[in-house]
Ligand binder design. Sequence first.
Ligand code: MLT
Ligand code: MN
Ligand code: ZN
Length: 308
Amino acid sequence: MLLQVLGTAAGGGIPQWNCACPGCSGARAHPHWRRRHASLAVQAGEDHWYLVNATPDIGDQIEARPGLQPGPGLRQTPVAGLVLTDAELDHTLGIARLREADSLQVLATAPVRQALLDRLHLGAVLGPYTSVSWRELPPRGAEPLDGGGGGGGGGGGASAVQISAIPVSGKRPRYAADAPDDDAWVIALRLYEPASGASAVYAPALAAWPDRLQQAAAEADVVIVDGTFWDDEEPRRTGISTRTATGMGHLPIDGPGGTAELLAPLAARCLYTHLNNTNPLVDPAAPEHKRLARLGIEVAQDGMVIEL
Ligand code: MLT
Ligand code: MN
Ligand code: ZN
């Protein structure tokens, strides 16, 4: 299985356009601190990639990775579709940027699709530009990703990767705060390659750590999860919010109930993504990197290629 890390920042990015916090100022002064919005590309077949989440940076993210650039046909693209982990704006604003596509396949859970259609009106808005096909990600069972190339029989091609949704929490985006509760508002993705038996878990938004996620993480080769905030007080201490990290729907990395103590015992290669610009990990020289390294945990970098 081949994964490409397209971005590793939380909403706003690093630097965020209206922010002069130490992380954002540092990123203006030191380009290697910069991070694009969190996203992952998954190879489903030869020249056939799915992007997990569509960020405001999606055009630049596609352009930055040779395997995702178009050609040789005039409008031939290896980007086969999108998989969404939630309906948050930092993971969905990029959908409209792909309106030049001949057609666009979007895999999402029912509440996420409903929010995009009923609240953001993406169906009505994109209809005149492209043909969007919405495929439901059921909260149980595995779905093959279309591998392209038509390998064997009609329909979609041989699929290298199966995808399953693990419901994580009922955290809704602010624009859908009054929408019905459902534990599939936010999911973790399990990516499984039957040919090799390899599996990966991708969960950039974690308000909780349910048993099914623990089970998938315990069996996985790679686990990439929500590293928005270092500790629970970070949003209040840095002055960006009156809420704690958990109050904002993000389990912190450090401290009791934090994700570091959940990841440390796993056999998998574990990495953090979706870093907020207030997170001390934004500074590559921060001592927090050494603390994670001692636990065997990494911080994902934009452009990382993960082969498993
Ligand atoms: C989040 O991860 O909590 C959201 O993306 C916040 C936001 O919409 O800015
Ligand atoms: Mn986010
Ligand atoms: Zn900032």
